[in-house]
Each structure stands twice: as C-alpha cells, then as structure tokens.
Design a protein around this ligand. Structure first.
Ligand code: SAH
Ligand code: SF4
Ligand code: F3S
Length: 452
C-alpha cells in the first residue's frame, strides 16, 4: 500500500534540491508525496542553520509533530519523524536529546542511506525504539548512490553541481554543516540535465554553496570551470535557460563573466553576495576582497552584458561595524543599483570564529541599519520593476497563479510575472508585454501577435 510522505523544506535552494532527491530515494519504498503532515506516514523537516531564527523553528515545528504522532499512536498507528539538513548536521545529538520522539536524524551528505535508516527506525518495536542518527560525511558521494530517476521537477528545475565550502567566512556555518568543497563530474551533471529536460524542464538553475568555484572533471579527467560547464549545457536540446547560484566574488573569473555576453541561454541575472561595503568589515568577515574589487567585477559584467540584473546578500551589525562602515555599505549599494537583494541582521552562530567576538552593535542599531538599507534596496527594486512597463519580455510560465486563468512566470531578470493565460501555455516561454511594475512582481499580457 502506498505510504504518504510530507517534506517541509527550510533554507536555501540546495535544500529544495535535496528534498526532491529524498523523495526520489523513498519512492521505491512505496512513499508518495502528500500535502499535509497530518495525512503523512513519514514527515521530514529539511532544516537550515544559517541564522538563529531559522534553527529555532525546528523545535517549535517538532512540538507540533509530536502531537500528531501521539494521536496516530493512540489510533494504533505510527508516524516516522525525521530531521534532515543543516540543523541535523550541526546539532543532531541535541535534537535526539531534546526531542526523543524523533525517529531519524540525518545530515545533507548521507540521505542516500535513507532506505536503511527507515528500515532500522521502523523495525525496532515501539518500546525498544532508539532514534537513528547519521550525520557522517561519507567517503562515497551521495550523488553516486541516488536513483537516476529525477521525477519531473517542473519547467524550472534545480540541479546541484557543487557542494560545500572552503571559504570560512567568519560568520557562516556552511563549511561546518555542508563540509568541504566538492564538484560533481561534468558527465553526471549533463545526464541529469537531459533527464530534467525530458521531464519538462525548460530552465535549469545550477546550484552550489559556492557554485562559481565549480571545478569538476570532464570525461578526459580535465578540470572544468563553471563557464565551460555552462557552455556545454547550453548545447542540450530543449533546454532554453540556464542560471547558477550562489557565487562568491573571489571566483568570478573572466571566462565566467564572458559567458554572460556569449551564451544567450545564460540569463542576464546574477546573485553575487558582497555582505558589506566596508573594507574593514570585509576583512573581519574573511571575505578576502575589497569593496573596489567587487565594483570592478560588476563593471566587467555590465560590459559583457549591459542589461544584467544584479542581486546580493547583506549582513548589517557584524561585530565592530560602525556608522562609517555601514555608510560604506549604503554607498556600494547605490553604486551597484541592485534589482533585488536579501539583507539580514548579523546572527552569532555557535562554532564560527565571529561568535567569539563581542557582539558590539546593539539590537536597536542593527534594526535601524537594516531598515535604512532595505529602504534603499526596495527603492532600487521598485524603480527597476516600474521601468519594465511597456517592454516585451520572454517569460517562462512555470506555475499556476492563485486566480483561475492566471499563470506565473519568470522574466529573464528573475522577476515574477503574473499573466492571464490558458493552462496549455504552462511550461513554455511566452512573449509577454509588461503592463505594470509592482514592488515584488510584474503584471503582463500575452503578446498574442508574437504567440500566433
Ligand atoms: N554561499 C553564499 C551564501 C550562503 S548563506 C555566499 O557565500 O554568499 C546566505 C546568506 O545568509 C549569506 O550570503 C549571508 O548574507 C547570510 N548569512 C550567513 N550567515 C549569517 C549570519 N551568521 N548572520 C546573518 N546572516 C548570515
Ligand atoms: Fe558561507 Fe562564506 Fe562559504 Fe558563502 S562563501 S557559504 S558565506 S563561508
Ligand atoms: Fe541553510 Fe544549510 Fe542552506 S544552513 S542556507 S540550508 S546550506
């Protein structure tokens, strides 16, 4: 009988990719996806450890799941609760202690072993039950043990090409939760891309915590750059769009910048986090470049692809950040002119070098700086969206809208575009006339003349 699986995903796109692959691993065991935890035989929380708030969510969600599990047990049934992802990796044993009703805890690099973990967790009788913990960084790569099948992941799909990080920014947990940098072989990536396209994908976003550090081997064993990988994937028939995220400024080599000018399938959009515009803070963060280096990269990108849209990540209130440092961040933001961005208050993470520093910036100052920064960033985003009014754009219609008869898609610049369109257009790139630009999205109409 089919068993029901519910996966709740937190954090970055790499977790979204991992969740899809966990479902692939569990399909042969008879698990099929369902929409609510209350209907599920197994619930996986795929967690994020990047900021304190993200990690806290796990325990409150586990409290709710415990009630569901108790209810199922009273009815003579059971529910498997599993915690995956970066919180599992960072504090697996503590989860087992604080929430002993959790059946399985496993990290981001070991989920290919899920079938045996599930067997162990369900075999044990309810009374003798001990949780299963697997937060190894196995010597074998999970990618070599995942099923090939990559069930249809929709018109816009994620594909992990690189994992882990050796950069050790002083504020960040990723090097500890995801482990050392690792690049998948080119042939494996191309094969997965072809399967995704056969399943209906028109756009693929290559993922990695440090994706532009990609250096996987090709068939001859030669090291391949991300630029070369993109050029190779651009030749896959039926694939119309390529993106990649997230990049580090240090790895933004000239060949990668050039790809933005030479490959039409590489979309004119780049997420390139800088975190701060102050050289002093960049150094304390161990980012290993100056603000001027970042601006020089942006200039080169714009030379290669004048319409490229830029996005970034920012942290305000890093230990020791002064008003002058923060003003340097505002100046950098004004110089770049982002079309979208993410900004966060610094959150001290256990085990990172920055957590040893005194958290010198008071909470209210952090809040004021975040609000000031977001005002500037939101203004830039709105101005860009408004300026798109009247333009025709190719839009990949990748999901149904909330209203009947409405589809939602992505512009080349990553904006969400709402369009009245028949369902038959789902999964296609349509020519759309933009009629309105809002704070977070665009409204458009199908360019029927172009579509006919
Ligand atoms: N690999 C990516 C980012 C990974 S985390 C990169 O190198 O840019 C995503 C974002 O979360 C980071 O860019 C940073 O802005 C933010 N972040 C990471 N650690 C944080 C912390 N301790 N406090 C606040 N924000 C943090
Ligand atoms: Fe974290 Fe820095 Fe690595 Fe990005 S580059 S994942 S911010 S350590
Ligand atoms: Fe979060 Fe882990 Fe991604 S900490 S941002 S889920 S790599």
């Amino acid at each position: 009988m089919a068993k029901k699986l519910f996966i709740q995903t937190y954090g970055c796109q790499m977790n979204v990719y991992d969740s899809a692959r966990m479902a692939d691993v569990l399909t042969p065991l008879g698990y099929a996806a369902c929409d609510t935890p209350s209907a599920a035989d197994m619930v996986i929380l795929n967690t994020c450890h990047i900021r304190e708030k993200a990690a806290e969510k796990v325990y409150s969600e586990l409290g709710r799941l415990r009630l569901l599990k108790d209810g199922r047990r009273e009815a003579g049934d059971d529910m498997v609760i599993a915690v995956a992802g970066c919180v599992a990796q960072a504090e697996g044993a503590e989860i087992m202690r604080r929430a002993p009703y959790v059946d399985i805890v496993f990290g981001p690099q070991s989920y290919h072993r899920l079938p045996e973990m599930v067997a162990r967790a369900t075999r044990a009788s309810a009374s003798s039950k001990r949780g299963v913990l697997d937060t190894d960084f196995p010597v074998e790569s999970k990618f070599d043990h995942l099923p090939d099948d990559s069930a249809a992941r929709g018109p816009s799909a994620f594909l992990t090409v690189q994992e882990g990080c050796d950069k050790f920014c002083t504020f960040c947990v990723v090097p500890y939760t995801r482990g050392a940098e690792f690049s998948r072989p080119v042939a494996d990536i191309e094969a997965e891309a072809r399967r995704l396209v056969e399943g209906g994908a028109r756009e693929i976003t290559l993922l990695g915590q440090n994706v532009n550090a990609y250096h996987g081997p090709d068939e001859a064993g030669d090291t391949t750059s991300l630029a070369a990988l993109l050029r190779r994937l651009a030749r896959v028939d039926g694939l119309e769009r390529l993106r990649y995220t997230t990049s580090h400024p240090l790895e933004m080599q000239d060949d990668l910048i050039d790809v933005h000018g030479s490959e039409d399938k590489v979309m004119p959009y780049l997420h390139l986090p800088v975190q701060s515009g102050s050289d002093r803070i960049l150094e304390a963060m161990n980012r290993r470049h100056r603000a001027s280096d970042y601006l020089a990269i942006i200039e080169k990108l714009r030379r290669a692809r004048p319409d490229i849209a830029l996005s970034g990540d920012f942290i305000v209130g890093f230990p020791g950040e002064t008003d002058a440092d923060f003003n340097d961040t505002l100046s950098l933001v004004r110089a770049v002119n982002y079309t979208q961005a993410y900004s966060f208050k610094y959150s001290a993470r256990p085990g990172t070098p920055a957590a040893e520093l005194a958290d010198t910036v008071p909470g209210d100052v952090k809040a004021d700086r975040l609000a000031a920064l977001q005002t500037v960033l939101d203004g830039q985003q709105q101005a860009f969206n408004r300026a798109c009014t009247g333009r025709d754009m190719p839009v990949l219609l990748d999901r149904a809208g909330r209203r009947p008869g409405q589809l939602v898609g992505r512009s080349p610049y990553m904006q969400a575009v709402f369009v009245e369109a028949p369902e038959s257009r789902l999964g296609t790139v349509a020519s759309v006339r933009i009629v309105d630009g809002h704070a977070n999205s665009l409204a458009g109409v199908l360019d029927t003349a172009a579509a006919a």
